[in-house]
Ligand binder design. Sequence first.
Ligand SMILES: NC(=O)c1ccc[n+]([C@@H]2O[C@H](COP(=O)([O-])OP(=O)(O)OC[C@H]3O[C@@H](n4cnc5c(N)ncnc54)[C@H](OP(=O)(O)O)[C@@H]3O)[C@@H](O)[C@H]2O)c1
Length: 250
Amino acid sequence: MTNDLLAGRRILVTGGSRGLGLAMAQAAGEAGAELVLAARNQSQLDSSVAELAEAGIAATAVAADLADPAETDRLVQQVSERGLHGVVHAAGVQHRAPADEFGDEDFARVVEVNLASPFRLTRELVRNDVMGSLRSVVLVGSLGSSIAIPRAVAYAASKSGLLGLARTIAAEWAPRNIRVNVLSPGYFYTELTADLLDDPEQRARVTGRIPMGRLGHPSELGGAAVFLLSDWAGYVTGQQLVVDGGWLGA
Ligand SMILES: NC(=O)c1ccc[n+]([C@@H]2O[C@H](COP(=O)([O-])OP(=O)(O)OC[C@H]3O[C@@H](n4cnc5c(N)ncnc54)[C@H](OP(=O)(O)O)[C@@H]3O)[C@@H](O)[C@H]2O)c1
């Protein structure tokens, strides 16, 4: 849906190389934003930049492992030259195992990528005054921000943690006009959920819980991301916006 809600705005999307991050980058681009995509895999980033260019959207990419503080610093340096108006933190990982078998290393890795990294990157963007006049931070949560996700204890803990992170930095940085919100998708088919949703029984269990009776399409997250990034959400901060086909409300 083409509009000009983000015309002239420069938005960083972590995890923008595929899946929901790329879909939100596309929606922001269709609203007039110029994008910077960040993820680890350079060739996937390059093909996403090319895909966006074909749709007439200006985007560049920075390859960075956001679990590595030195690579985060390098990303911040690279975006600081031209500044940013907003950031969407979509980089995320999953690990599934029963809680009593869940290993320390897996737990630490999931929490590092999903919770510690977005905090570190946001802090550095603010500390280095990289954010421009829009100043909107969108943290990508999950149903796990609000309810149990069996066999995904680290994921649920990390996504719940984003709510506390968002509320706290939203309150601290509101006087500086920096808004921070959590955008929580329900179930969408991506590389992250393929292992679960390729299992017909699991897919039936999941869709059976969704009042709309189907998975979300990645493009259906774009409008919510654009809203939170735009001036239409100018008085919205410290909140969670859930896009889940009705799951949490039912
Ligand atoms: N799909 C769903 O149903 C669903 C539901 C709720 C929430 N979410 C959330 O939505 C976000 C996007 O998920 P998705 O479903 O689109 O998954 P995805 O297709 O697996 O995409 C994950 C993205 O994160 C990047 N990434 C992973 N680890 C990284 C790291 N250490 N440093 C930098 N980038 C990293 C990946 O690129 P590289 O591997 O190249 O680094 C990729 O771009 C995640 O936060 C996820 O938790 C998804």
